[in-house]
Ligand binder design. Sequence first.
Ligand code: FAD
Length: 458
Amino acid sequence: MKYDIIVLGSGPGGYVTAIRASQLGFKTAIVEKENLGGVCLNWGCIPTKALLKSAQVFEYLKHAGDYGLSVKDYDKDFDAVVKRSRGVADGMSKGVQFLMKKNKIDVIEGFGKLKPGKKIDVDGKEYSADNIIIATGARSRELPSLPQDGKKVIGYREAMTLAKQPKKMIVVGSGAIGVEFAYFYNSMGTEVIIVEYLPNIVPVEDEDVSKQLERSFKKSGIKIMTSSEVTKVDTSGNGVKATVKTKKGEEIILEADIILSAVGIKSNIENIGLEDVGIVVDRDKILVNDFYQTNIPGYYAIGDVTPGQALAHVASAEGILCVEKLAGQHVEALDYGNIPGCTYCSPEIASVGLTEKQAKDKGLDIKVGKFPFSASGKASASGAKDGFVKVIFDAKYGEWLGCHMIGAGVTDMIAEAVLGRKLETTGHEVLKTVHPHPTMSEAVMEAVADAYDEVIHL
Ligand SMILES: Cc1cc2nc3c(=O)[nH]c(=O)nc-3n(C[C@H](O)[C@H](O)[C@H](O)COP(=O)(O)OP(=O)(O)OC[C@H]3O[C@@H](n4cnc5c(N)ncnc54)[C@H](O)[C@@H]3O)c2cc1C
């Protein structure tokens, strides 16, 4: 079979690429060895958000009294919570199946292996194309000191499908995945302890955000050990024992039922024929140019298997650009400095651009503004006063360098800053943009006003 484009892998990189390719008139096929939708729909973004929604509803029930309500009989059903999450993921995957059909994209089921001459072998059958786009994604990374056995030392896949809720869990790593699961399990009643190697949890975020999350998590009962490292695990007994080197250099033993290893991802680059074709890989990632071409003509790569932020929206944006360029459209390279990052624990985190430290390290002269949700009418009415919006502007030209938010619903608010930055807006323009009242989004306007000494509600 001969196609214009074959996409290898159907995550948010692959399936979105295939749809855009088909819209552009390319005869397109997609190869998938597991479920349509990849990690994002089946094992990542979507099922975790379903679990987190259950946790959030449970929290509301626990705190119903704060809203003047009385709920007498309520409890969680861990199995049902997991089942709901799987149902949501399955529904989304079926949605991709529908979209493939609607866009006349051939779905080839099986394990794809690249071959020279722009060909792909799928379980013994050969397909060729003018262009092949690799979107094989990634999986949970394993540390040598923390080998995953899938039972007592687990990765994210097992963490969202456990048959039994653990009483005690150690979460190693406090990036987005680690803190989302920490929040979920803590809300469900598991005793959770986070062990983070770096000095702050959510270490890529602005330090103020990390500190706020640490305060909120501690208040909710999550224990946190920063500047600490798991050096050894012993799974021989009933539970698991982790040897942890602490901030002070002491070695302590933590006991739990389960350890969740959330220390990042490992690209799916093995056994897919990269060596046979001669495609260059560096530090676990396929190297590509601004429009995702590898070193071998006719072979492209996008998403988690390439450098750049490992996020669903990045994978999709890369794939769209890649095929639009192939179609001869005049496209701009993606601005990796303007990619929003969101974490969906409670309080939520959302950010884009430079942190205050990064801006200072660059020697920039900056104006910083901050508005706490404790001063927001909507946050007070909602009983969600934890958190703030922080903005960073270039002092001379008013360029919006960074925006960092922590609080209820902020993941839906960050797009304002992303769009503002894309349109090269200045602080004064944001200030003069009337925001609706009462909303959490007013905090963005007020934070900008604070940067320019014009804040009203502080
Ligand atoms: C727990 C968790 C939560 C997350 N939450 C978010 C979030 O909230 N927001 C966000 O933006 N990102 C989130 N992510 C990250 C997001 O899921 C990834 O960035 C995204 O899925 C990457 O898309 P991709 O298309 O590059 O690869 P993937 O989604 O990994 O898809 C790759 C696909 O390729 C298939 N494949 C691989 N090799 C072959 C082969 N040889 N033959 C055939 N098929 C193959 C795989 O089966 C898979 O279906 C989360 C990730 C995890 C693990």
